[in-house]
Design a protein around this ligand. Structure first.
Ligand code: HEM
Ligand code: HEM
Length: 240
């Protein structure tokens, strides 16, 4: 049973549940940091700063920008493989953003309720142990597939630099570049992907802060401690 199906809609019988294991939390914050580095350095790769005076090898500015991009690219790539592995061995919440049952009878109804809740059209939020159905939908279709796209196109561009015969060229450049047409097309789509991820992050951070304030459960602290605390627990009549 997924945590969405576990959703308790009114008062909870327990004050908190454990949701996010440490590998998921560690991955989340390393991933957030990595994407920030990639977006900043990637922006400068696409719109380079003006040429500095002196010998390029003396200041090596663009070299450092590209190095930071590639190092963060490796961290994001290896981190994602690890996160994928953890979705198999971790708890049910570790699987949520990869696998969700869109055929579950109440799934779309609950998702629609979340849309209305975010649009301030309903008064009462629902409670979920893990992510709510709308969060799962957006995280799966925009983040998971978005980051796979960035990793595949990123390593395809990287393989052009490391050259024919390198692992990146064999695994990625050899089929990704012809699939898109030519190298410049991959650059353009990789660049476009950055803006998609940036839009995701902007909405995600807004929603995380909004839900932390407006929902009936802890949000940001849950991605730090792993525990989901329910704010309306005190409203449950206690047995004497
Ligand atoms: C969220 C993840 C990422 C973002 C936001 C991002 C962003 C960008 C952007 C905006 C560019 C400039 C494209 C252009 O206009 O030409 C770029 C270039 C590039 N990126 Fe990424 N990237 C990401 C992930 C990766 C990964 C995982 C790798 C793998 C190593 C990678 C490798 C590259 C390479 C090789 C280039 C071309 C560098 C050059 O031509 O000098 N990127 N990236
Ligand atoms: C580049 C930046 C970020 C990206 C790409 C990102 C992505 C994600 C993803 C994919 C998840 C799902 C985690 C999983 O189930 O494995 C998640 C959850 C979460 N993120 Fe982020 N995140 C970013 C930054 C932030 C920041 C800055 C905050 C804090 C304000 C934050 C707060 C959270 C919270 C609270 C959750 C859990 C939400 C819940 O319990 O429903 N994230 N994030």
């Amino acid at each position: 049973m997924s945590s969405s199906e576990n959703a308790a809609q009114l008062a909870r019988s327990e004050p908190s549940v454990f949701v996010y294991e440490w590998p998921v939390r560690l991955w989340h914050w390393i991933n957030a940091l990595g994407i920030t580095v990639l977006a900043i350095t990637g922006y400068f790769i696409g719109s380079p700063p003006p040429t500095l005076s002196g010998e390029p090898s003396d200041h090596y500015l663009f070299g450092y920008i590209r190095f930071a991009h590639f190092a963060a690219g490796y961290i994001i790539g290896v981190g994602f493989l690890f996160r994928l592995y953890w979705s198999f061995v971790g708890n049910k919440n570790a699987r949520e953003i990869f696998l969700h049952n869109i055929l579950r009878p109440t799934y779309w109804k609950e998702l629609w309720h979340e849309v209305k809740w975010y649009l301030f059209l309903v008064d009462e939020p629902k409670q979920y142990d893990g992510h709510n159905p709308l969060a799962i939908f957006v995280m799966h279709w925009f983040f998971v597939w978005g980051i796979v796209f960035m990793i595949v196109t990123g390593f395809a561009l990287y393989g052009e630099g490391t050259g024919a015969g390198s692992w990146a060229h064999t695994l990625f450049s050899s089929w990704v570049i012809p699939l898109f047409g030519q190298s410049m097309d991959v650059h353009t789509w990789h660049h476009f992907g950055m803006w998609l991820i940036i839009v995701f992050v902007m909405i995600h951070v807004y929603v995380a802060i909004r839900e932390d304030i407006m929902s009936k459960q802890s949000i940001i602290s849950s991605m730090i401690s792993g525990w989901r605390n329910f704010k309306d627990y005190d409203s449950i009549p206690k047995k004497k």
